[in-house]
Design a binder for this molecule. Structure first.
Ligand SMILES: [Zn+2]
Length: 269
């Protein structure tokens, strides 16, 4: 494992990046959004979460964290002043062109680490392109769902502005979290009902506006979030993602390594 002063691409020098890409051609793209998160969390919550988790994963997997830009696709939150959205086309192009630049410098493995549900369709199309047209081995991780799997039970599920999101920001910059300003959470059972509906595999209602889920823009109970718990969540999520991703990249290499597999199967028949 190399002794880099940071895993953030834009904090390193050119020779440090060149040497690191030769040592291990793995890049991590944090994907998030800038959007309103109630009166207690910063608008950058989603992109801060993916950056801090991305850096912790990069330390474990010996990779580099790309500057993917803070913005994502979030028309649902546009009724609120604290929101900036890109169109899906613009966002896809930003993702593809960012990653292709690093592929030209030798990056071969791309882990897209996403913390914003509105980005999911655009990331899927961008990832296809990066794999088929540019030869990268690509893995998308929906880090917010990993967090929900690990911490959903004790944190009231993954909710917009709830405890899981507060913990992620506490692990990044505690001064940006204002638990003393928690106010006007929307009804939990109403929010949970809609979040469950929109996250099922078979039926996917398209929502115009976050107020369908939460009339006040957010719901949850983040009042017991602490820095210690945030750091624990960060470490648990990063451990899980690094372990699973290492295995998945190994399996992709094995499965997509060329025609050897076909020859092997023929021998077997
Ligand atoms: Zn969020």
């Amino acid at each position: 494992m190399s002794q880099l002063p940071s895993r953030y691409f834009w904090e390193l020098t050119q020779p440090e990046i060149a040497a690191q890409l030769r040592r291990n051609p793995l890049v991590i793209l944090p994907a998030g959004s800038v959007e309103q998160h109630g009166p207690h969390l910063p608008t950058g919550t989603d992109i801060f979460a993916s950056n801090v988790i991305g850096h912790a994963v990069a330390e474990r997997m010996d990779g580099l964290v790309l500057p993917g830009g803070p913005l994502g696709v979030t028309p649902m939150h546009m009724p609120y002043e604290g929101t900036i959205t890109l169109s899906p086309e613009t966002y896809m192009n930003v993702v593809v062109e960012t990653c292709v630049s690093t592929a030209k410098h030798g990056a071969k493995y791309l882990l897209v680490l996403n913390w914003h549900e509105g980005n999911i369709p655009s990331l899927a199309i961008a990832a296809e392109k990066l794999h088929r047209d540019h030869g990268m081995t690509v893995l998308i991780v929906q880090a917010c769902y990993v967090a929900a799997e690990l911490y959903g039970n004790e944190c009231g599920g993954l909710t917009h502005g709830g405890e899981i999101e507060a913990l992620a920001v506490l692990a990044y910059r505690p001064d940006l979290v204002h638990l003393d300003r928690i106010d006007y959470s929307s009804d939990h059972s109403h929010g949970r009902k809609w979040d469950k509906l929109r996250r099922t595999q078979s039926y996917q209602p398209v929502l115009r506006d976050v107020r369908t889920i939460a009339p006040t823009g957010w719901y949850g109970a983040p009042q017991h979030a602490t820095v210690d718990k945030g750091m624990k969540m960060l470490n648990d999520i990063a451990d899980a993602i690094a372990t699973e991703s290492t295995e998945l990249f190994r399996m992709l290499d094995q499965a997509q390594g060329g025609t050897a597999e076909i020859k092997h199967l023929k021998v077997g028949t």
